[in-house]
Design a protein around this ligand. Structure first.
Ligand SMILES: [Zn+2]
Length: 110
């Protein structure tokens, strides 16, 4: 994973709901350098996406697809050496998300 600010430009199809004009546009966008080839390949394969981040060594790399799925990008050596740790981290991340939503709802209703 590369450090923040280490990027490459990739021409991306920006979905209408994310574009300023409200229509689908093609735009050169800064993509984290270590995942830029994957993002470029997805674009060339007509797989629409909404966003991406390599995680910069602090989190999983991920590419959010337009259809709602997420591609997780994990170094294979780290994955095979620390599978349980990664799964725990994923579980923790989801748990924190759910907890934040719950706190928000409690504040909203009180
Ligand atoms: Zn990176």
């Amino acid at each position: 994973m590369c450090k923040w600010g280490n990027y490459e430009y990739v021409k991306l199809k920006i979905p209408a709901d994310l574009s300023c004009k409200g229509i689908i546009v093609w735009k050169w966008v800064k993509i984290d350098k270590c995942i830029a080839p994957i993002v470029r390949a997805l674009q060339e394969g007509n797989i629409d996406m909404r966003g991406s981040c390599c995680g910069h060594g602090k989190s999983f790399g991920e590419i959010q697809l337009q259809d709602g799925r997420i591609l997780l990008i994990i170094n294979s050596r780290e994955w095979y050496n620390n599978r349980l740790f990664f799964l725990f981290k994923l579980f923790l991340k989801e748990l924190i998300k759910k907890f934040k939503k719950l706190v928000f709802l409690i504040i909203l209703h009180s």
